[in-house]
Design a protein around this ligand. Structure first.
Ligand SMILES: [Zn+2]
Length: 299
């Protein structure tokens, strides 16, 4: 589907008929649907109306969509599926991983440019990052820029009991089945934050180098441990940040909506029986909770 009015592509900035692009890639929503008890997604901004697909925005021209899809496909197969299906304990990567993480960060920063007004101290850094990232994403044969990509795999079967007691009850659900994105700022840093099932991603804006989270650093090439990754360092204030995001993402669904979910499970018990959400004993969470959280980006 294309938008009829020509507009500028976020990446190459040429006037073109833009594709309706996913900010969080489609393979993520496909996985959530495939493994959910009802086969539907729920968007937090309209929680009582079931959506068949993830959020889409007119962002990229066809050529740039193609450009992003190469690294995205590699990430989906070699990292995401390998981790979520518990197929591999580790995965080797080349510069396509950095490219994919930057392409994701670029989309998130692009749609969140109002952060320039909310955080005027970081305005020049946001502008510079968009210029630098565009340059790399259009010419990925150059050296890796000094902005850092960080990828933190989360145990796909993580239990709330293994998290600090101050974390809200739905944290495990949020980390293993939800999606979230934002540009996060403190007095010490600004970075892009993206959460997809089983992974948390940071992409630095300022400072470009984050010395406190070396264990999640993604360079030109390397090996990343999957499955049940060992403890990693996380940035200061990180757990508190996650806690806030979880509380924002899970205000209660109304009871009629819970009935609809229950009915859908009753009508398709075979789907429910094979779904991960049932397998990990989280039916109750599904009935009460909301797997998708992209609350800021729909209005
Ligand atoms: Zn383009």
């Amino acid at each position: 589907m294309t938008v009829m009015t020509p507009a500028r592509c976020a990446l190459c900035q040429k006037e073109a008929e833009l594709k309706m692009s996913h900010v969080i890639p489609k393979f993520v929503y496909d996985w959530i649907k495939r493994t959910s008890a009802t086969g539907y997604l729920r968007h937090s901004s309209n929680v009582d109306k079931r959506a068949q697909d993830g959020h889409k925005l007119p962002l990229l021209c066809g050529e740039c969509e193609q450009r992003f899809s190469v690294a995205e496909k590699k990430f989906a197969e070699k990292i995401f599926s390998a981790h979520m299906d518990r197929r591999e304990q580790s995965a080797s990567y080349q510069s396509w991983l950095y490219y994919f993480l930057m392409s994701l960060a670029f989309r998130v920063l692009f749609i969140n440019q109002d952060v320039r007004d909310r955080e005027p101290d970081y305005r020049d850094d946001v502008d510079q990052a968009l210029v630098d990232w565009r340059m790399y994403l259009l010419n990925d044969d150059t050296a890796l820029p000094s902005y850092e990509a960080h990828l933190l795999p989360i145990d796909p079967e993580i239990k709330i009991s293994s998290l600090p007691s101050f974390m809200p009850p739905k944290t495990a659900f949020y980390l293993t089945r939800g999606t979230d994105l934002d540009v996060v700022t403190s007095d010490k840093y600004m970075m892009v934050y993206v959460q997809i099932p089983g992974f948390i991603i940071f992409f630095t804006i300022k400072p470009k180098h984050q010395p406190f989270i070396e264990s999640t650093f993604i360079g030109e090439q390397g090996l990343i441990s999957l499955g049940k990754p060992e403890d990693r360092q996380v940035p200061e204030g990180f757990l508190e940040h996650i806690g806030r995001r979880v509380r924002d993402a899970f205000p209660e669904m109304n009871s009629r909506s819970q009935e609809t979910v229950a009915k859908s499970i009753a009508q398709h018990p075979e789907r429910a029986a094979h779904s991960l959400s049932v397998k990990v004993g989280e039916v109750v969470e599904r009935l009460e909770g909301r797997p998708i959280a992209e609350e800021e980006h729909e209005s």
